[in-house]
Design a protein around this ligand. Sequence first.
Ligand code: DGY
Length: 328
Amino acid sequence: FPHSAMADTRLRVWVSQPLFGDIVGRLREHFDVVETARVGKHSPQDIAHALAGCDGALVTLNDPIGAAEVANAPRLRAIANVGVGYNNLDVSALTAAGVVVTNTPDVLTETTADFGFALMMAAARRITEAERWLRDGQWRQWSFETLLGSDLHGATLGILGMGRIGQGIARRASGFRMRVRYHNRSRLPADVERDCRAEYVDLDTLLSSADHLVLVLPYSPAVHHLIDATALAKMKPTATLTNIARGGIVDEDALAEALASGRLAAAGLDVYEGEPAVNPRLLALRNVVLTPHIASGSLATRRAMVTLAVDNLIAALGHGPDAGRPPT
Ligand code: DGY
């Protein structure tokens, strides 16, 4: 074919954020690639504009996409989300518009479970608070009662959302000799419960019996502010709450109030309702460990996520061995 005819047949894809260049570069073997050099959120108008001439897109949780953003993108056939959570995408609107959506499950499970455990331990044992205290020059002499925390070993771990990551946390907890309870939309098969040494309980029992509660459920409007003042009031005042799911699951003002008043001992948060903005009431508290949405952030895992998303996009646009897979 003459060069111009070849060029006309190449599909075009948009990469919404700078990701690992060596991995994303594989897209160029198949497609014309429009890459964004800037990290961060785009306006809905910019997203719509970027998608307008594209057949596919590689996006992250920074990119909310629904009917309005694809209304002027008649060629768009696939969106590959780099992340297991895909609440940034309106899947039913996209499906109705003929757009396949893929995500990146499995590759981040163990890394994210590691981090959930680390955050829970940091909150329970007051690790970041202790470090700030020491760096502030407040450690004048060793004392028996400095910064006393609560134990993980022998304590009851409550896991809300028992998918892959929840199960990963449960498996880690048995090494710490924790008693594991969970609540989930549906109860797990008996062999999985046995493998995780986890006991299914209703939500109220989970809230009231957990010494450490970890949130690992997917976000949807149905679970918006599921952990509100009423839910927090059911928890033990000595308990900790760790959230590595999505910020919108927790009513942050209610959480700040519970932490400030001693209704809850401590919290570990990796996700926030308005991220990257963090509720100033949480920022003002000592007894909350705050991290910037990095639970899946080991170098190897972030590279694996981008690799899988690139593979998904190539497949979904008919250039790979498999069809793109829908979110699982
Ligand atoms: C996910 O995968 O959903 C994380 O929150 C972002 O990496």
